[in-house]
Design a protein around this ligand. Sequence first.
Ligand SMILES: NC(=O)c1ccc[n+]([C@@H]2O[C@H](COP(=O)([O-])OP(=O)(O)OC[C@H]3O[C@@H](n4cnc5c(N)ncnc54)[C@H](O)[C@@H]3O)[C@@H](O)[C@H]2O)c1
Ligand SMILES: [Zn+2]
Length: 361
Amino acid sequence: MSRTELPGYAVSAGHGLLAQAAALIESAAPAHRFAVITDDIVRPLYGEELARQFGGRASLFSIPAGELHKTRERWISLTDALLDAGFARDTTIVALGGGVIGDLAGFVAATFMRGVPIVQIPTTLLAMIDASIGGKTGVDVTAGKNLVGAFHRPAAVIADLDVLKTLPPRHWRAGLAEAIKHGVISDAMYFEWIVASLPELTATGGSTSPHVTALVTRSIAIKAAVVRADETERGRRQVLNFGHTLGHAIEAASGYSLLHGEAIAIGMVLESELAERAGVAESGTADRVRHAVDRAKLPVALPDAMDPGEVLRLTVGDKKARGGVTRYALPACIGAMAAEAEGWTLPLDDALVRERLAPGT
Ligand SMILES: NC(=O)c1ccc[n+]([C@@H]2O[C@H](COP(=O)([O-])OP(=O)(O)OC[C@H]3O[C@@H](n4cnc5c(N)ncnc54)[C@H](O)[C@@H]3O)[C@@H](O)[C@H]2O)c1
Ligand SMILES: [Zn+2]
């Protein structure tokens, strides 16, 4: 098992952790009662068994699966359900699921009774290596993704690699996008190792391949190091948004038919091309990003049916826009991000972005 320390909590990753999860949760965040929030797919796989470990002191709350349910409406129904079931201040919330459940249950925990502890039990690759770490919680709204939320540190993050065996291949590959991102933003050797390992990682049974431990451990270490340096995203943490300014807009423009990781994959390809065209990134960077994304069997271009104008409009609502100007976290090369002196993001000329997304318009 690996254990990665952040201020206030630790991320544990290894095999067989779910079988002892109640004890780990109780020691990190002791409470009178435990509310396990999950989705309708994860509940029968792992939720019932986890709730049983608490011997009658836990209740399960489950919502339909998918990004379309990371909403204020689900926040209302979950907080009402907790109140109806008599939950009070002496509660620990447990988020059991992917990033959707982690973000939504995290926002419930940040606000219920003005804040109760949460333990994150991520069950997707994406949630294990990215979403569960760092305390960002929130919901999507009509204007865009994650625009209403709060920072709420977890009391612990417990990642059991065994649960990845049931993850559908499409969701497994979506998680690989965030791992590729980790390589680009801070570790060229890790990037190359991922690219070399992708044939095994994307083969049938890839989520149980011997490479998974190294993948999860290295990505957790990178995410944790960035969060440790800048928990509330005043500067350095913005490098984690590489691919996300366009990616979030693409995800929303698809009506959430593209998964978060798929949209981010396209966003990374486009943003690294823009970085090269703007003279920010070393020549060849975009080709290497595109090659990695393609080898991970993730999309490298906007779907034909997507309106590039809609994508551009949605970037303006992005949280990284400041003073009406959309800002981007861009690579200088594989393994290092640009713009340290400017606070790690740069504005890009609208015309340059429009020309790349919709040539000739
Ligand atoms: N807070 C952050 O810092 C942060 C960082 C990155 C991403 N995110 C958010 O994470 C979300 C995406 O997370 P995701 O990709 O995990 O999606 P998700 O939560 O929708 O999970 C993907 C699917 O896999 C299913 N599933 C989960 N675990 C499973 C398992 N072990 N076996 C079988 N099925 C399983 C789920 O039911 C769901 O259908 C987005 O909303 C994104 O904005 C947040
Ligand atoms: Zn992401």
